[in-house]
Ligand binder design. Structure first.
Ligand code: SAH
Length: 254
């Protein structure tokens, strides 16, 4: 993705030229201000702020999403051999055939989740913890985050990656996220990092009225799009957005 492509309009884009914040809320920054791991060999703060400026240039305008992206150290979530690519706008392998989503995709999804709503959101659910990166970003935008992963190896990797960040509002779960996670419902937001052919009904059932779900789905065979569903008093409102490429949503725990 070299140039900012116009994207379908849900929600309406934020005003062009909205300032791109480069610093997180002070309490957030304090919470995550950890020494950079030895051997990383990069000034991660400066590189991350460059990533944030790039995201803003690509059309991400949500101040607190940008601040959260500028705070979480993405290089802590990738293998040491890939650290130098951690702040490039690219997805990277995290093991077991899965990938950490591109920064642009994470920011886009979280902007869709947060747009027009007071922050922090209440309880939110992430389906597909992977390495735990997006869950960490979400923990800065919501009061409580439940993140569920079906692959034990990644669930454990995420636990290790996240341990030093000490995020008490982030709860990692091993399970089949196609079933959602009923004990935490109803959710103000649900975000999926893997896509099936339809949005599982468990997800919309577990969404609060006034809540919003952002997920990839191949509603037409072979053509995955980002889908936003809002739950209102009058029912579900679905908006289909741009084409995307997420790993498949699979059932069962391995
Ligand atoms: N948000 C992650 C992205 C990981 S890729 C990150 O920041 O790294 C998507 C993840 O979804 C994969 O780890 C995959 O195993 C997981 N996944 C796929 N189907 C799932 C399901 N039914 N329940 C839970 N996780 C699932």
């Amino acid at each position: 993705m070299n140039s900012p492509k116009p994207r379908p309009g849900f929600p309406a884009r934020l005003p062009a030229g909205a300032p791109a914040p480069v610093a997180a809320r002070p309490q957030v920054a304090a919470k995550l201000a950890l020494p950079v791991a030895s051997g990383v060999g990069l000034d991660s703060h400066a590189v991350r702020q460059a990533m944030v400026r790039k995201l803003a240039g690509q059309g991400i305008g949500h101040a607190e999403v940008l601040a959260a992206m500028g705070t979480v150290e993405r290089h802590r979530f990738v293998d040491s051999a890939l650290v130098n690519q951690a702040y490039e706008d690219t997805s990277l392998p995290i093991g077991l055939g899965q990938t950490i989503s591109k920064p642009n995709v994470v920011a886009r999804m979280l902007e869709l989740l947060c747009h027009g709503r007071g922050l922090p959101l209440g309880r939110v659910l992430e389906v597909g913890t992977g390495c735990g990166y997006q869950a960490a970003v979400m923990s800065l935008l919501a009061k409580e985050v439940y993140s569920i992963e079906r692959l034990r190896g990644l669930h454990e990797k995420a636990r290790e990656n996240l341990r030093p960040l000490r995020l008490p509002n982030l709860h990692l779960l091993l399970g089949d996220g196609m079933l959602g996670y009923a004990p935490g419902a109803p959710y103000a937001g649900i975000v999926a990092a893997a896509g099936g052919e339809a949005i599982p009904t468990a997800w919309t059932d577990q969404l609060a009225v006034g809540g919003r779900l952002v997920a990839p789905a191949a509603l037409q065979p072979g053509r995955q799009h980002l889908v936003v569903i809002e739950k209102t008093l009058n029912g579900l409102q679905q908006t289909v957005l741009e084409p995307v490429h997420f790993v498949p949503l699979k059932s069962g725990v391995v």
